[in-house]
Design a protein around this ligand. Structure first.
Ligand code: NDP
Length: 321
């Protein structure tokens, strides 16, 4: 496992990391979570992602309980959480990045995670109804209060990220240092193109999400929805259309011979493709079982194997470069 700087900040993250969305609590109890996190940590992963709203806070509780059992030295790993959607149906605590919510909600996350601070704290979405300046001050204050070490954005427009950086610079506040964007073979535009100036001119880092498009890029949906997959989970019906889309499945099938030529599984191939983008500080993987973690961690062995010919074949299949 290699480690990459989070943009131009001093902190380094493993190039592959592990996230908890959908899986922790919905698919895994504390014991299985311990096993998943152990498999990742043993492979060199030093970063674990979470969010306040994943399973309505239960995902943070499960990760917190797992970390307690694991007893790892706190300096040896990073945790992130994300705030925006909130847990309470109240005008000031839902879909917001206002100061009151950001300063109060972090305490709930820390309690559930069983830690005094998170390493990275993200604004999970932009909030057009709160001035960016208010959000920048609140995130700065969370850092000053010792509740987070670094902060960042998730799915913000590039111009809003630049605006936040400039506000922070003007007032000598802690700047956001990292974006959390979706990035996979199907959805590459924003990360690959729109954010380019943010990485190149401002040295912003990126922790990218859904590298397998929820499992679609592993090829597991080629013959329908397996009963034991994310696509079959109760409450995730909205994902079904994506996972059974005929055109998308044809692209996954067309990718298979390229992966085979490399000696990689489709999942390893698709993860390694994300990793060969140098602006990805870390690619956050997801897994519901230990064998998936073992398989996915081996993706690092294929990063250097994307020759111009392979890239051009991929670009022909997806036609979205
Ligand atoms: P992926 O797109 O990689 O999907 C992961 C899922 O695919 C697994 O849970 C598993 O589902 C299946 N899978 C993984 N590996 C394999 C394999 N080798 N073979 C077959 N199936 C496999 O990532 P996620 O969508 O889970 O996103 C990763 C992380 O990114 C999240 O945990 C979260 O931390 C973060 N994220 C951030 C968001 C944001 O808005 N900032 C939004 C979404 C995610 P199963 O076994 O159940 O089929």
């Amino acid at each position: 496992m290699k480690y990459r700087h989070l943009g131009k900040s001093g902190i380094q993250v493993s190039e592959l990391s592990l996230g908890s969305w959908v899986t922790f609590h919905n698919q895994t109890d504390v014991d299985l979570t311990v096993d998943l996190m152990t498999a990742a940590y043993d492979a060199g992963v030093n970063y674990f992602d979470n969010a306040e709203n994943y399973s309505d806070g239960k995902s943070e509780e499960v990760m917190g309980a797992a970390l307690k059992k694991l007893g790892w030295r706190r300096g040896s790993y990073l945790i992130s959480t994300k705030l925006f959607w909130g847990l309470h149906d109240n005008p000031n605590e839902k879909n917001t990045l206002n100061r009151k919510y950001l300063l109060e909600a972090i305490d709930g996350s820390l309690k559930r995670l069983g830690t005094d601070y998170v390493d990275l704290l993200f604004c999970h979405r932009p909030d057009p109804n709160t001035p960016i300046e208010e959000t920048v001050w609140a995130m700065h204050n969370n850092i000053e209060r010792g509740k987070a070490l670094y902060w960042g954005t998730s799915e913000w427009e590039a111009e809003d990220i630049v605006s936040a950086i400039e506000i922070a610079e003007r007032h000598h506040l802690h700047k956001p240092v990292v974006e959390q964007p979706i990035y996979n073979l199907f959805q590459r535009h924003r990360f690959g193109n729109d954010y380019k100036p943010v990485y190149e001119e401002h040295g912003y880092g990126a922790t990218t999400w859904s590298p397998l498009a929820s499992g679609l890029l592993s090829g597991k949906y080629n013959d329908g929805i397996p009963n034991d997959s994310r696509g079959a989970l109760k409450g995730f019906g909205w994902l079904k259309d994506q996972l059974t889309d005929v055109e998308s499945l044809a692209k996954v099938r067309a990718l298979a011979p390229l992966a085979e030529d490399m000696g990689a599984t489709l999942a390893q191939f698709s993860l390694a493709w994300c990793l060969q983008n140098p602006h990805a500080s870390t690619v956050i993987t997801g897994a519901s079982r230990v064998e998936q973690v073992h398989e996915n961690m081996k993706a690092v062995e294929f990063v250097d194997r994307f020759t111009p010919d392979v890239i051009s074949e991929i670009d022909k299949i997806f036609a979205n470069a």
